[in-house]
Design a protein around this ligand. Structure first.
Ligand SMILES: [Zn+2]
Length: 248
């Protein structure tokens, strides 16, 4: 028996419930392979073992993370951020690189509000279907914009058009400075525009301690549903925190 690094311990702890729910961002993809983390030591100077996909945080603390696809109409982004802040909530925005090009002021707006800002690829294409070079460029392109706008590439990477990253994409994300791929365990399906009531109902039916919820900027349903969701979270004593805080 040897030393188990903190990273490995965290991977084992967090790589549970690896079955993805319905896909996000408008496509449905296959479930990722089982997550496995080695506890053998001493660890060679290699990147963290196989896919470190995070689907949820600790189930024994009353905290959840609301995570948003950063794209679409910037007015919805501002409305959602303001509403979250009115409730003392902090969220996580996974920004699309081309969206940051179009609305560079939003990067600072998000960070200044105390929210997490992360990488959701440069162009929001099906990253699992890309060649290594193309996928690397998608991740690096968004990371470069985040770095330029905020001084940091951010802590989190979420793949585009799939809830879970392939092993290749996971490795490329790690090489770009993102130790973990951020998936989720609650899919609001807000991008299907089912109506605000349906969005709120689905989130509130599935959310529990440790949940990571997938939501999107750019949809009116989400703007109308958020106050309902936040009020009910308050009532249940569940705090909406950044992803960084959820996993701290
Ligand atoms: Zn997305």
């Amino acid at each position: 028996m040897g030393r188990v690094t903190a990273t490995e311990r965290r991977a084992v702890l967090l790589a549970t419930a690896g079955l993805a729910l319905a896909a996000g961002c408008a496509t449905r993809n296959a479930v990722a392979p089982p997550v496995h983390a080695s506890s053998r030591a001493p660890a060679p100077p290699a990147p963290p073992a196989q896919p470190a996909q995070l689907t949820h945080g600790p189930r024994d603390r009353p905290r959840v993370a609301l995570t948003f696809h950063g794209g679409g109409d910037p007015a919805t982004a501002r409305a959602l951020l303001t509403e979250a802040e009115k409730h003392g909530a902090r969220v996580t925005v996974l920004a699309v690189g081309t969206w940051l090009d179009a609305h560079p002021d939003l990067a600072r707006r998000i960070r200044d509000g105390g929210h997490d800002l992360g990488n959701h690829t440069l162009r929001h294409l099906d990253i699992n279907a890309m060649s290594e070079a193309e996928a690397r460029a998608e991740i690096a392109g968004c990371a470069e914009r985040l770095k330029r706008l905020t001084g940091s590439v951010g802590s989190w990477f979420r793949p585009s058009r799939t809830p879970t990253a392939s092993p290749l994409v996971t490795r490329l994300a790690q090489e770009a400075g993102y130790p973990h791929v951020l998936s989720y365990d609650v899919d609001s399906l807000d991008f299907t525009s089912p109506g605000a009531a349906a969005v709120a109902r689905k989130v509130l039916a599935e959310i529990r301690e440790g949940s990571v919820v997938s939501l999107h900027f750019g949809y009116d349903d989400t703007v109308a549903a958020l106050p309902v969701v936040l009020e009910e979270l308050d009532r249940r004593g569940l705090a909406a925190v950044t992803t960084t805080e959820l996993f701290s």
